[in-house]
Design a binder for this molecule. Sequence first.
Ligand code: 5GP
Ligand code: ZN
Length: 114
Amino acid sequence: MKDCLFCKIIGGEIPSNKVYEDDMVYAFYDIEPQAPEHILIIPKKHFESIMDVTGKDFEYVDKMMQAAQKLAKEKGFEKDGFRLVFNTGRDGGQTVAHLHMHLLGGRSLQWPPG
Ligand code: 5GP
Ligand code: ZN
Protein backbone atom coordinates (compact mmCIF):
# COMPACT_ATOMS: atom_id res chain seq x y z
CA MET A 1 0.00 0.00 0.00
CA LYS A 2 1.23 3.47 -0.92
CA ASP A 3 2.48 5.58 2.01
CA CYS A 4 2.72 2.62 4.37
CA LEU A 5 6.05 2.45 6.22
CA PHE A 6 6.12 -1.34 6.46
CA CYS A 7 5.06 -1.84 2.81
CA LYS A 8 8.03 0.36 1.92
CA ILE A 9 10.30 -1.79 4.11
CA ILE A 10 9.03 -4.97 2.36
CA GLY A 11 9.65 -3.31 -1.02
CA GLY A 12 13.18 -2.25 -0.01
CA GLU A 13 12.33 1.43 -0.43
CA ILE A 14 13.22 1.92 3.24
CA PRO A 15 16.19 -0.14 4.52
CA SER A 16 15.81 -2.68 7.34
CA ASN A 17 17.85 -5.37 9.04
CA LYS A 18 16.15 -8.50 7.74
CA VAL A 19 16.23 -11.67 9.83
CA TYR A 20 13.77 -13.81 7.87
CA GLU A 21 11.75 -13.77 4.66
CA ASP A 22 9.54 -16.17 2.74
CA ASP A 23 6.78 -15.77 0.15
CA MET A 24 4.24 -14.44 2.70
CA VAL A 25 6.22 -13.02 5.61
CA TYR A 26 9.05 -10.55 6.26
CA ALA A 27 10.88 -10.17 9.60
CA PHE A 28 13.35 -7.49 10.66
CA TYR A 29 14.86 -5.86 13.75
CA ASP A 30 12.88 -3.10 15.45
CA ILE A 31 14.57 0.29 15.15
CA GLU A 32 13.90 1.00 18.86
CA PRO A 33 14.53 -2.32 20.60
CA GLN A 34 12.71 -2.92 23.91
CA ALA A 35 14.64 -6.12 24.67
CA PRO A 36 18.04 -7.58 23.67
CA GLU A 37 16.25 -9.20 20.72
CA HIS A 38 13.26 -7.28 19.31
CA ILE A 39 12.03 -8.51 15.96
CA LEU A 40 8.98 -7.40 13.94
CA ILE A 41 7.23 -10.08 11.90
CA ILE A 42 4.92 -8.73 9.20
CA PRO A 43 2.76 -10.12 6.38
CA LYS A 44 3.78 -9.17 2.84
CA LYS A 45 0.14 -8.24 2.16
CA HIS A 46 -1.10 -4.99 3.69
CA PHE A 47 -3.64 -5.33 6.53
CA GLU A 48 -4.14 -2.42 8.90
CA SER A 49 -4.48 -4.78 11.87
CA ILE A 50 -5.57 -8.29 12.83
CA MET A 51 -9.17 -6.99 12.61
CA ASP A 52 -8.85 -6.67 8.82
CA VAL A 53 -7.77 -10.25 8.18
CA THR A 54 -10.52 -12.52 6.85
CA GLY A 55 -10.98 -16.00 5.39
CA LYS A 56 -8.10 -17.45 3.44
CA ASP A 57 -5.87 -14.51 4.36
CA PHE A 58 -5.48 -16.01 7.84
CA GLU A 59 -2.77 -18.07 6.17
CA TYR A 60 -0.62 -14.93 6.54
CA VAL A 61 -1.14 -15.05 10.33
CA ASP A 62 -0.34 -18.76 10.36
CA LYS A 63 2.92 -18.04 8.50
CA MET A 64 3.74 -15.20 10.92
CA MET A 65 3.39 -17.63 13.84
CA GLN A 66 5.53 -20.23 12.07
CA ALA A 67 8.22 -17.59 11.47
CA ALA A 68 8.06 -16.61 15.15
CA GLN A 69 8.57 -20.21 16.26
CA LYS A 70 11.51 -20.65 13.88
CA LEU A 71 13.17 -17.40 15.00
CA ALA A 72 12.60 -18.18 18.70
CA LYS A 73 14.34 -21.53 18.19
CA GLU A 74 17.21 -19.91 16.27
CA LYS A 75 17.67 -17.27 18.99
CA GLY A 76 17.73 -19.95 21.70
CA PHE A 77 14.59 -18.75 23.51
CA GLU A 78 12.99 -22.17 23.86
CA LYS A 79 14.24 -22.77 27.41
CA ASP A 80 13.81 -19.34 29.03
CA GLY A 81 10.88 -18.08 26.95
CA PHE A 82 10.01 -14.93 25.05
CA ARG A 83 6.97 -12.81 24.21
CA LEU A 84 4.82 -12.35 21.09
CA VAL A 85 2.68 -9.18 20.93
CA PHE A 86 0.14 -7.72 18.50
CA ASN A 87 -0.52 -4.11 19.54
CA THR A 88 -3.90 -3.32 17.99
CA GLY A 89 -5.56 0.06 17.53
CA ARG A 90 -5.31 3.16 19.72
CA ASP A 91 -5.80 1.52 23.10
CA GLY A 92 -3.48 -1.30 22.11
CA GLY A 93 -0.70 1.19 21.41
CA GLN A 94 -0.41 0.42 17.68
CA THR A 95 1.67 3.13 15.98
CA VAL A 96 2.20 1.60 12.52
CA ALA A 97 -0.97 0.72 10.58
CA HIS A 98 0.39 -2.45 8.93
CA LEU A 99 -0.24 -5.68 10.85
CA HIS A 100 2.85 -6.70 12.79
CA MET A 101 3.85 -9.04 15.59
CA HIS A 102 6.62 -8.17 18.03
CA LEU A 103 8.96 -10.97 19.12
CA LEU A 104 10.75 -9.90 22.31
CA GLY A 105 13.38 -11.99 24.04
CA GLY A 106 16.72 -12.11 25.80
CA ARG A 107 15.63 -10.76 29.18
CA SER A 108 12.94 -11.34 31.79
CA LEU A 109 9.92 -9.23 30.73
CA GLN A 110 7.46 -7.54 33.10
CA TRP A 111 3.73 -8.26 33.31
CA PRO A 112 1.20 -6.67 33.31
CA PRO A 113 2.06 -4.08 30.65
CA GLY A 114 1.51 -0.38 31.40
P1 5GP B 1 3.63 -0.68 17.33
O1 5GP B 1 3.90 0.44 18.29
O2 5GP B 1 2.74 -0.21 16.19
O3 5GP B 1 3.10 -1.94 17.97
O4 5GP B 1 5.01 -1.11 16.73
C1 5GP B 1 5.66 -0.41 15.70
C2 5GP B 1 7.12 -0.69 15.87
O5 5GP B 1 7.77 -0.29 14.68
C3 5GP B 1 7.78 0.09 17.02
O6 5GP B 1 8.33 -0.82 17.95
C4 5GP B 1 8.83 0.94 16.32
O7 5GP B 1 10.03 1.05 17.06
C5 5GP B 1 9.04 0.20 15.01
N1 5GP B 1 9.44 1.05 13.91
C6 5GP B 1 8.90 2.26 13.54
N2 5GP B 1 9.51 2.73 12.44
C7 5GP B 1 10.47 1.82 12.11
C8 5GP B 1 11.43 1.77 11.04
O8 5GP B 1 11.53 2.64 10.19
N3 5GP B 1 12.24 0.67 11.02
C9 5GP B 1 12.15 -0.33 11.94
N4 5GP B 1 13.01 -1.35 11.82
N5 5GP B 1 11.26 -0.31 12.95
C10 5GP B 1 10.42 0.75 13.03
ZN1 ZN C 1 1.49 -1.78 4.55
